[in-house]
Ligand binder design. Structure first.
Ligand code: AHG
Ligand code: MN
Ligand code: MN
Length: 341
């Protein structure tokens, strides 16, 4: 093998593209389309991050005045992120169909463009109620292979069981911008180097630490929860011993609360309650992709009764309770719910 003319200790500069290409060794059937699709999403992330950094100046803070399918106020950055992701993906011939939190129905590929073999679902901006307060937000995405034969993709392409996911990831716009993804070969994190506009590998093969550091839940709703969820929370609050204490952190942006859980160990949960019997978070573009990542990082994700990835989605925006993080904590939550309801 020809020897390199460079010293052997130069650091490998691992961009997303190089990492995904090297991951392709595990997917002989891969044709590079998935690599390019992930790259398109990373580019959208860079563009959204750039807009985010100017949000306070460019008058794109605040509400558009529109209300989305969820009945929620659409923030200007929600709309901008949604349009950016669509514009970078509608023409590439890589997708059969797109689905977005901000659109009631599936988004067809315009007929002047070819359709492809993948399906992309996304939450363009997660945590958007936090935007005006400069709190971290994110983008979440899930990728499947189409199940429809050819031509325009269908709702069935978008309502596949989570274990069929080909890839999942998120971009977190915080103190730095990070791109975290899995194709089923572990979880890998990249940090944006704004000076070169490139995401560089910073967290290879992320595994959730076994010792939990934080639990994360909106305790403002404590009185609305079932007895099992209340007792589980009191159990977490009582974990103070010489070896272990577990603090509480809650930002109110799922991606940020999950990202911290992934790196620090612990559990995030958004349970059902008397006012939200199905919970608040959406299965197809919030719970499913993060559940795939959690399991790939050695953790678990549950509704409180069953694994998120075992659910058969019934509708695009269906909601689900979510308990996600260290496997032992997720199973403890299920046990409290089994015992106390
Ligand atoms: P989105 O901004 O995409 O609608 O998601 C908001 C979600 C999620 O990010 C977060 O975990 C949750 O809303 C916070 O809800 P509460 O304010 O009820 O705690
Ligand atoms: Mn969201
Ligand atoms: Mn959103």
């Amino acid at each position: 093998m020809a020897s390199s003319p460079f010293s052997s200790n130069i650091d490998t500069i691992m961009t997303i593209e190089r990492h995904i290409l090297e991951q392709q060794r595990f997917h002989p059937e891969a044709t590079g389309v998935l690599t390019n699709l992930l790259y398109d999403i990373a580019l959208a992330g860079k563009m959204i991050a750039s807009q985010m950094s100017k949000a306070g100046l460019a008058q794109i803070l605040g509400k558009t005045g529109d209300v989305n399918v969820q009945g929620e106020q659409v923030m200007k950055l929600d709309k901008l992120a949604d349009e950016t992701l669509y514009m970078l993906n509608d023409h590439t011939g890589r997708l059969a169909v797109i689905a977005s939190e901000e659109h009631k129905d599936i988004i067809p590929i315009p007929e002047q463009y070819p359709t492809g073999k993948y399906v992309l679902l996304y939450d363009p901006l997660d945590g958007s109620s936090n935007i005006d307060f400069n709190v971290g937000v994110g983008t979440i995405f899930a990728i499947y292979s189409r199940v429809s034969a050819s031509g325009p993709g269908t709702i069935e392409d978008c309502l596949q069981n989570g274990r069929k996911m080909v890839a999942a990831g998120y971009i977190v716009y915080g103190a730095s911008t990070m791109f975290v993804y899995t194709t089923g070969e572990g979880v890998h994190g990249f940090t944006l180097d704004p000076s070169i506009g490139e995401f560089l590998l910073s967290h290879e093969n992320i595994k959730m630490p076994n010792i939990p550091t934080y639990y994360s839940v909106n305790q403002g709703y404590f009185n609305r929860w079932s007895p099992g969820v209340q007792k589980f929370t009191q159990h977490l609050q009582a974990i103070t011993s010489e070896t272990q204490s577990i603090s509480m952190r809650y930002v109110g942006s799922l991606v940020v609360d999950f990202h911290r859980t992934l790196l620090s160990g612990g559990i995030f949960y958004y349970p059902w309650d008397i006012s939200k019997p199905e919970g608040k978070l959406r299965l197809t573009y919030e719970a499913n992709p993060l559940a795939f990542i959690a399991e790939q990082a050695g953790g678990a994700a549950s509704t409180g009764f069953e694994d998120i990835l075992d659910l058969q989605p019934r509708s695009l925006h269906q909601r689900t309770p979510l308990f996600i993080g260290n496997t032992d904590l997720v199973r403890q939550a299920e046990e409290y719910i089994r015992k106390h309801g």
